[in-house]
Each structure stands twice: as structure tokens, then as C-alpha cells.
Design a protein. Structure first.
Length: 158
């Protein structure tokens, strides 16, 4: 398995994977893909995770999905770690997530739950907050570590 940044030719595969996971794709553009990491096996995409910068120091973790037949192998954790590292390299200081399914998992990764009314303006202005994600979605926040070096284009996973 190889972990690396998504490429433009991955767009259709990413959309298909996100649709299977019932995650929003309406606002997903080629520009967003530059901030997505994917786990591959050969040419097949096994999972994806993205970061969207929504403020000077604020980001939105989005589109964390793993193909159903390979879940339970730690792929999501590796994708999340790579996306978090990328967020740090972008200079982001905190990231948010909106979820209806993985709040407990995100808590184990250091996120804290927020009340909807405590969401920052940057998050409120996103399409995810204002309509793509249901009002029942849990809002979560994580403060990031000191920025790290940029991720290489691809690297091998253990």
C-alpha cells in the first residue's frame, strides 16, 4: 500500500468512494484534490481524507472514507495522520470536522465536541455547515501541533 497526495486523474475514483460512503461531493473540485491524501494498492484507491483551508489558521477535515472491503486494517488512521500532517504544513492551527458517524473515533484522535452555536464563523460559512451536512452532524475541533515539514508526494506505509 502507498499513501500519497491525490492526483487529478483520481477525481472520478474519489467521487465514487465518497458516494459509496454517503459523503457530500457536490462542492468537491479539482482544486480541493490538491489537499487530499489517498491510500492506494496499485491503481486502486482504498481510502481518502481531505483538508480544506477555511480561514487563515483554520481547516476542515473532510471526506475521510475507506472502501468497505478493506476497513479494519488501520487505513483510516494512516490517512487521517497524513491529512493532519498536511494541515500542519499548511500552517493551520486547528481543524474542525462535521460528522454523523465517526465522532467517537475522532474523539480518540484528540478531537473535542462543540455545540453548534460555538462553531467559528469560518466553519459557519462553509457549504458543509450550511447545508451539505445535516443539522444533526456533530461538530468537532482539534488543536494541531507545531507545523511540520511538507509531506513527500508519496511514501510507503508500514
Amino acid at each position: 500500500m502507498v499513501l500519497g497526495f491525490a492526483q487529478e486523474h483520481d477525481e472520478a475514483s474519489i467521487h465514487r468512494l465518497l458516494n459509496e460512503a454517503t459523503l457530500p461531493t457536490n462542492d468537491l473540485t479539482t482544486q480541493h484534490l490538491h489537499h487530499f491524501v489517498v491510500m492506494r494498492e496499485g491503481e486502486e484507491i482504498l481510502g481518502v481524507a481531505g483538508v480544506e483551508q477555511i480561514g487563515k489558521f483554520v481547516g476542515l477535515m473532510r471526506s475521510i472514507a475507506v472502501r468497505g472491503d478493506v476497513r479494519g486494517q488501520g487505513i483510516a488512521a494512516k490517512l487521517f495522520a497524513a491529512a493532519e500532517n498536511h494541515a500542519c504544513s499548511m500552517g493551520l492551527r486547528e481543524v474542525y470536522a462535521l460528522t454523523t458517524t465517526i465522532a467517537d473515533w475522532l474523539t480518540r484522535l484528540g478531537f473535542e465536541r462543540l455545540q453548534r452555536e460555538d462553531a467559528p464563523d469560518e466553519l459557519r460559512q462553509t457549504q458543509e455547515f450550511s447545508g451539505l451536512c445535516p443539522a444533526s452532524a456533530v461538530i468537532m475541533r482539534k488543536t494541531l501541533r507545531v507545523p511540520s515539514e511538507r509531506l513527500p508526494h508519496t511514501f510507503e506505509c508500514a
